[in-house]
Design a protein around this ligand. Sequence first.
Ligand code: ADP
Length: 498
Amino acid sequence: MKILKQVRLIVFPAIVLPLVMVLIALVALNYSYSKSLYTNGTNNVNYFTNSTHMVDELTADTFAEIKRIAKDDPESLENEDYIEKVNESLNTRYSYLIVRKDEKIIYRGTDQKHKKIEKMLPAYGSVIARTGNGMLVSKPENFLIKQQDFIFSDSSEGTVFIMSNLDNIAPKLQIVINQTICAIMIVLFMTSTILTWFMFKEFVRPIALLKEGTDRIREGDLDTDVEIVSDNEIGDLCISFNEMREELKSSINDRMRYEQDIRDLISNISHDLKTPLTAIKGYSEAIIDGVANTPEKMERYIKTIHSKANDMDVLLNELSIASKIDTNTIPYNFERIDIEEYFADCIEEISSDLEQKNMDFAFFNYMEEKCRVVADPEQLKRVINNIISNSCKYSAKKGKGGHVNIRLKDMESYVQVEIEDDGIGISAKDLPNIFNRLYRADTSRSSSGGSGLGLSISKKIIEDHGGHIWASSKVNTGTTIYFTLSKAAEYVEEEEYE
Ligand code: ADP
């Protein structure tokens, strides 16, 4: 069942139930009192209509005292002062005293004479006097009469009557009862209303706001927070909900950026593949058409086709290694390699490439002694090629030359490699991001080629070797990429090089 519905189900009884309970309690009281009320044999008396029981209660303490006095100290009942005092107290409760000696009324605590009623007063020793009950008289007036017999000091029969005039008291009592019932009802209604308001404020409204929030998110609005109106668990839930919305928004933005990057990547890669492919197609068609009519021409054409096919291979390799980074499955074959020998071989390989691209280069070996590093030669070459191919791609003279310095430095526990160019450089804004996957500086976006994968792959490979990679650059001056490789354990080197 929905919480809102449940709350409504709680709120409804919270208002109605107490009212019903009060009514039931009043009816039950009425029933129980009506069973025990004084009767004159006519009918039982309704508690709420003539309130006889209340009248009985009003004089109950005085009647009890008179009973006690009649038993223990009957002489007091002959004492006029005492009788007067008791009567005064009864007068405040719409009642008065009558004292009868034998058949004669010797004291009447009222100015009014109710002759007919007085004629109906029970005789000495009546059932009413014996049982201690009262007597209800309803004609010609409504009276509740309580009787207590005693013996005067001169041995005559005495009776004290407490006369309560219901016609005087009942309407007043009725008003009091009605007002009391109304007050109870109002108090119950107010407490229920306060409870309902509290429930609404603390539960219903926050839940409704939360629901509106989820609806907004379903409709794609990820910018608006849910208003926090309570500081209970639902308030905490709203705070978590807002945090979740923020997270969702940023992850959707990331996803959109990533998807855009993938689209860019596909378009870049297809462009980059198309260039060498067109060249391969052109040169092979020229060979088929017999344009390469001299052995020198033929060799040049075939070399170009080979080099373009290599470019394509590099690009496809980059793509495949990028997907392996995602699944963390780059295949490494770590070996101990002599860093100087390794770089000497490397330089030989890249020198022809650089020459072809009209790039100068210089190699500086600052190693103080021979040393070995533990590395995968193939993946390390990928890193060096990536960096150098960037130096060519982002050369200031756009294919018409440029200079690259490669430096090898001995740094005690590691070797530092620096590859410096005099190309277009990288702005301070782009520099912190160039190692992020698919990141391309604005300047290189417009230029042809480049997947935005090269440096991120290089970073991953160097880090997997336990090294660091970073860059420094100045726009229009050039860029230097640094990376480190840990030396192999000292004792091995000693063993190897002694
Ligand atoms: P790309 O395939 O675009 O070259 P990389 O990951 O290799 O991707 O490089 C990321 C970005 O860093 C490049 O798009 C370029 O803007 C910048 N960059 C990298 N190397 C250089 C460099 N030597 N000179 C100028 N900009 C560079």
